[in-house]
Write a protein that binds this ligand. Structure first.
Ligand code: SF4
Length: 418
């Protein structure tokens, strides 16, 4: 049987350097994230930037909304570099970006990319002038810009004009406005002297089906790299599913050069979840491999104990913990696959398909857990859940040492992405 590639070739885009990280062209689809600290608090913001970068965010965006925030950007950068976090830093500007970047040259210099929302750069004649001021600063500083159109803050004058013209439902006209706003803004940025290879585009909306149609149109009309993200995706499961549904379709069509999963965190929640979600999405699409994957069955009436669920969770958490040092020491470890299965129905099959798989006994089955290595039965474990977990971890640890060669030089794959 001949297999048809499930992912279409990448939509051809220019390569835009964001600091030391190329985006678009032949570069892998990049992962980025955004802080939710008050940027005027340099210590707290830098701490979160470092955590996001260490979790695998290849670029980190911060809000720059006030003079106090702009004044702290160089300090945030310094703290990140001191901690070894070299992820490019992106400033998110609305309304007063032209003023902040002009009045705080240290801020303009410390950032690697400026995000401009063309719907929020001013009104009337000042709108284009203020947009062009930011582009001219980016040109002079050699920085990249993201022209980030957002459905929630579309240029009102453009919308009025297009509504007047008609030609479709209100939603269709709004979607057309988004693409028009992006492409016209590119022309304006070029007229301000910004080079084509310094411009990234995005057109975010909060509806997956609209996001898909807007980006398809954008990809037809532009060869600038595209930043994908479902804006205001929401909390927890809803945010994850909606973001994956929308971005999964686009990525499978080769559209998208960098992604952000905009999850609303629980109060006090961990901001790094949006980085983990982006990793999982790219890994699920087979676009990039960041971390060993764990296949676990959902469980059913054939397994009434929770042992396999506990083991699957423990293995997943343990891998996350071990990953940074594995990646430093063992080349290719991100391709490791594990299976933790609940009974004999699919257990041996999935376990054989993984690098290492364990099939736990279902209800009424003999209390033995066959473990398969590279498709062959290696051993059979028995015992209480804690002992089982310890034995399985030790097998995985030995497998990693044996299968993945030690790196000859120290590399940090998170900070120097593939
Ligand atoms: S492997 Fe067994 S326990 Fe798991 S879902 Fe399938 S039948 Fe149920």
């Amino acid at each position: 049987m001949t297999s048809t590639p499930t992912i279409r070739p990448r939509h051809r885009t220019l390569t835009v350097p964001v600091g030391a990280v190329p985006v678009g062209g032949e570069a892998p689809v990049r992962v980025q994230s955004m802080t939710n600290m008050d940027t005027a608090d340099a210590k707290a913001t830098a701490t979160q930037c470092i955590a996001l970068a260490e979790a695998g965010s290849e670029m980190v965006r911060i809000t720059v909304n006030t003079p106090e925030a702009a004044a702290q950007v160089p300090e945030i950068r310094r703290r990140m570099l001191d901690a070894g976090a070299e992820a490019p830093l992106i400033g998110d500007f609305h309304f007063n970006g032209h003023l902040l970047l002009s009045e705080f040259p240290g801020c303009a210099a410390a950032l690697d990319k400026y995000r401009i929302n063309p719907g929020n750069t001013g009104k009337g004649k000042r709108k284009d002038l203020q947009f062009s001021t930011i582009c001219a600063i980016a040109r002079d500083q050699g920085k990249a810009v993201r022209i980030g159109v957002n459905g929630g803050s579309l240029d009102g004058e453009l919308v009025d004009e297009e509504m007047e013209k008609g030609g479709g439902s209100a939603e269709e006209i709004l979607d057309r406005c988004m693409v028009l706003s992006a492409t016209r803004s590119v022309e304006l940025a070029l007229a301000a002297g910004l080079h084509k290879d310094r411009i990234i585009l995005s057109c975010k909306v909060s509806s997956p089906s609209r996001l898909i149609s807007v980006y398809r149109e954008l990809a037809l009309r532009s060869d600038q790299p595209l930043h994908l993200g479902l804006t205001e995706a929401g909390m927890g499961m809803k945010g994850l599913v909606w973001s994956s549904a929308a971005m999964g379709v686009l990525l499978s069509e080769g559209i998208g050069d960098t992604i952000r999963v905009s999850l609303t965190p629980r109060p006090g929640g961990d901001r790094r979840e949006e980085v983990q979600a982006a990793w999982e999405l790219l890994q699920a699409m087979d676009l990039r491999h960041f971390s060993p994957s764990v296949t676990a069955c959902p469980g059913c009436g054939r397994t009434t104990s929770t042992t396999f669920q506990e083991l699957a969770e423990e293995v997943q958490d343990w891998i996350r913990e071990r990953l940074p040092s594995w990646k430093e020491e063992h080349e290719g470890v991100e391709n490791l696959t594990l299976a933790v299965m609940g009974c004999v129905v699919n257990g041996p099959g999935e376990s054989k398909a993984a690098s290492i798989g364990i099939s736990l006994p279902g209800t009424g089955e003999a209390p033995r857990c066959p473990v398969y290595l590279d498709g062959k039965l290696f051993t059979t474990l028995q015992g209480q859940p804690k002992e089982l977990a310890a034995s399985f971890r030790s097998l995985v640890e030995s497998y990693v040492k044996a299968k993945y060669p030690r790196r000859t030089s120290r590399l940090d794959p998170v900070r120097v992405p593939a």
